[in-house]
Design a protein around this ligand. Structure first.
Ligand code: UGA
Length: 422
């Protein structure tokens, strides 16, 4: 927002994060973000604070807090949305707009809007679609913008129209670049976000289900994905079979969506998402089974190197990471596991202190019996099978992301196994 020319104050309850941001450093790994922070740092348009009172005077207030999965349940935990909203309300003035960005169960926006009645403040639902690893690009050049406005019988109220005009100013640059804008009601705007993530999760689980069929028949799921992906109606993106989806969004979003559908009495409509989730979780078990297969039937006492801890490359996020889930399963089953990652080791160690970590792939694979590629960082895709082969005890690799060239690894004397690929 500051790079688009606005004056911005970022408020967070975590003093550590605020201090790092105030010093111009991002508190997490995100390509392009340090450069952007440096660029706007010189303009003086971006400040950070732990004091919500510093939000007073702004015309638009973006609510961007997380909605993780409720412990032990499918539902979303809305406590951060609640506390941020409650803390903000005393600092709002008539004419202000509160723009909700968090991914919430449909009905949340309506509830928040009711609590603003009589204040002269308008709530807009403006979901966020950025991907970690591409956050800067996705934010500055989004695929689309969605405004959920207060409306009556599908028509925005006068307050809704005024709020829209204000958001049009905020997003003047992407709108001028031709970014499509969908203007709608609260319910649709909230549903758009979870529908999009459910579709993406379904696409991944579809191709992973095909991988199971490929495993049963000797077919190659990567060639299958290429072939069906040429049909523009299907498309090749998000058809990469492998260890499946993780992270702080797709897994918890499909579960929260199922929980909400249940509350609305339409749980049958989303019963397929239960299968999407189940297919996804089965892939993690399958990788452990492959490791067992290449370890002569037992992983007890085997030295296993896991390349990758982040839930996807170009991120240091380890929330619901398939890589760490596989590492932990193998460790629990008696293997000696060493995990490495270019960026996520610190976060991984904080969550899984019992796992051994190494600072490079070369260090992690020393004397390993099996190497597992779990997160497809560019540097792991580029590993040289001959060089790596000199470091391990046995040349066996399980490619959990189907990104290595089987012929090249086999030619270098490796036993190569992958998901849905001969
Ligand atoms: C996802 C959505 O892609 C964003 O559009 C959305 O804004 C975001 O959630 C959110 O709700 O905030 P993100 O979780 O950052 O973004 O990452 P993705 O690129 O969607 O990847 C999710 C997982 O799917 C990763 O574990 C990745 O390895 C896996 N994946 C992705 C596959 O297994 N196969 C694929 O073909 C693609």
């Amino acid at each position: 927002m500051a790079s688009l020319g606005h004056d911005v104050v970022g408020v967070d309850v975590d003093p550590g994060k605020v201090a790092r941001l105030a010093a111009g450093t991002a508190p997490f790994y995100e390509p392009g973000l340090p450069e952007l922070l440096a660029e706007v740092g010189d303009t003086g348009r971006l400040t950070f604070s732990t004091d919500m009172a510093d939000a007073a005077g702004a015309r638009v207030h973006f609510l961007c807090v997380g909605t993780p999965q409720q412990h032990g349940e499918f539902r979303a935990d809305l406590s951060y949305v609640e506390s941020a909203f409650e803390a903000l309300v005393p600092h709002l003035a008539p004419g202000d707009v509160v723009a909700g960005k968090s991914t919430v169960p449909v009905g949340t926006a309506e509830d928040l809007a009711r609590r603003l009645v009589g204040t002269g403040v308008t709530l807009v639902w403006n979901p966020e679609f950025l991907r970690e690893g591409f956050a800067v690009q996705d934010t500055l050049h989004p695929d689309r913008l969605v405004y959920g406005l207060p409306s009556e019988e599908g028509v925005p109220t006068p307050e809704g129209d005024a709020a829209r005009a204000l958001l049009d100013e905020v997003y003047a640059t992407p709108l001028a670049e031709g970014t499509p804008l969908v203007v709608t009601d609260y319910a649709t705007a909230q549903l758009v976000k979870v529908a999009a993530n459910s579709f993406l999760a379904t696409k991944i689980s579809f191709i992973n289900a095909m991988a199971e069929l490929c495993e049963a028949t000797g077919a190659d799921v990567t060639r299958l994905a290429d072939a069906i992906g040429y049909d523009a109606r299907i498309g090749r993106r998000f058809l990469n079979a492998g260890l499946g989806f993780g992270g702080g969004c797709l897994p918890k979003d499909i579960r929260a969506f199922m929980a909400r559908a249940g509350e609305l009495g339409v749980d049958q409509a989303l019963s397929f998402l239960r299968e999407v989730d189940a297919i996804n979780m089965r892939r993690r078990v399958r990788v452990v089974d492959l490791v067992r297969e290449v370890s002569a039937g037992s992983i007890v006492g085997r030295r296993i190197a896991v390349l990758g801890a982040a839930f996807k490359p170009d991120s240091d996020d380890v929330r619901d990471s398939p890589a760490l889930s596989v590492a932990a399963q193998m460790q629990l089953q008696g293997a000696q596991v060493t995990v490495t990652d270019p960026q996520a080791v610190e976060n991984a160690r904080a969550k899984w202190p019992d796992i051994k970590f190494a600072s490079s792939a070369q260090e992690a694979v020393q004397q390993a019996d099996v190497v597992v590629l779990a997160t497809e960082w560019a540097e792991y895709r580029a590993l040289d099978p001959a060089e790596l082969g000199d470091l391990v005890a046995r040349r066996a690799i399980v490619d959990g992301r189907n990104v290595l060239d089987p012929a090249a690894w086999r030619a270098a004397g490796w036993t190569y196994r992958a998901l849905g690929r001969p």
